[in-house]
Design a protein around this ligand. Structure first.
Ligand code: C2E
Ligand code: MG
Ligand code: MG
Ligand code: MG
Length: 291
């Protein structure tokens, strides 16, 4: 009987696994089609200097509208990695975003671009060359491009990943640790990484003013980052109180729904045009940034 039960459980498990595999294959096929049919788009989320509200750059975020329905990147990026599609998809995002930001820069707007990378992309045989080519073709200078890699990926990545990132940095691009504070990098490790920017994970920012430990940790990350000579960006700013505290802590830059949501290129242009000061800064809903 016990054996029967066990067998039954295995069958249920196997059936679930089968369904999972089928779903992933379907999604993989759909992703391939979406890429060929150009169903992906890129949105840009402004990153501002907190003291002035000047936009210093935009983070490119891939978007997939599947039959008119938005599918969040977290739901398809894993499958894209497994099916080998992350490399062409990431390359498309890179080229698209570099061209857009190069056009903005050509029109006199001094901003940079951030792009997210998954480990599969970094490990691709010709990845460093493809970044160099995207920069050349778009005319964007390397110093204007920041490549973001999650802290967890850096910690687990090993020497090969670090070597790749160093080669990228030799091109003149900047490197950022994304979702910082969640991946357990030691301070010693942090010091030897070839990085320029740390992006504080939203889970810390969420606790600002509400949770003493998270507030203290955020303050510490800002200080350590600055002591190491790194630029610091706070992510996920949603409430005015968070903004006030981050400014008080001396956090140089930030992004979040309070500042601006990710939006299509035209949205970014409209936002900048409506600014009364005529520069690339965002008029924040009243008090928050001017406080
Ligand atoms: P990430 O790089 O940490 O990007 C920030 C995410 O936080 C974005 O989600 C953005 O829409 C969201 N966000 C920004 N401000 C706020 C806020 O104030 N509140 C809240 N709740 N969320 C905010 P998104 O676009 O869903 O992307 C999720 C993740 O998917 C990204 O995290 C990144 O790791 C990955 N991703 C997105 N686009 C790409 C891409 O083109 N290539 C690669 N390799 N990864 C990407
Ligand atoms: Mg990012
Ligand atoms: Mg992040
Ligand atoms: Mg993330």
């Amino acid at each position: 009987r016990a054996k029967d039960l066990g067998g039954g459980r295995v069958e249920v498990f196997a059936a679930k696994m089968h369904a999972d595999v089928v779903r992933r294959l379907e999604l993989g096929g759909e992703l391939q089609r979406a890429l060929t049919e150009q169903r992906f788009t890129v949105e840009f989320q402004p990153v501002v200097e907190l003291a002035t509200s000047r936009v210093t750059g935009v983070e490119a975020l891939v978007r997939w509208w599947r039959d008119g329905e938005f599918v969040p990147p977290e739901e398809f990026i894993g499958t894209a990695e497994e099916s080998g599609l992350m490399i062409p998809l990431g390359n498309w995002v890179l080229r698209e975003a570099c061209c857009q930001v190069a056009r903005w820069r050509a029109s006199g707007w001094d901003i940079g671009l951030s792009i997210n990378l998954r480990p599969r992309e970094i490990a691709a045989p010709r990845f460093v060359e493809s970044v160099a080519t995207a920069l050349d073709d778009s005319g964007l200078s390397p110093g204007m491009l920041t490549l973001e890699v999650e802290e967890e990926v850096l910690v687990d990545g090993g020497d090969e990943l670090i070597a790749r990132l160093s080669a990228l940095r030799d091109l003149g691009v900047r490197l950022a640790i994304d979702d910082f504070g969640t991946g357990y990098a030691s301070l010693a490790f942090l010091r030897q990484l070839p990085v320029d920017v740390i992006k504080i994970d939203p889970s810390f920012v969420a606790g600002l003013g509400r949770d003493e430990t998270l507030t203290l940790l955020t303050r510490t990350i800002v200080r350590v980052g600055r002591d190491l000579g790194l630029s610091v960006v706070a992510e996920g700013i949603e409430r005015p109180e968070q903004l006030v505290l981050l400014k008080e802590m001396g956090c140089p830059r930030g992004q979040g729904f309070l500042v601006a949501r990710p939006m299509a290129a035209q949205g970014v242009e409209a936002l900048v045009r409506t600014n009364p000061r005529g520069e690339a800064s965002i008029p924040l809903h009243g008090s928050a940034l001017s406080a």
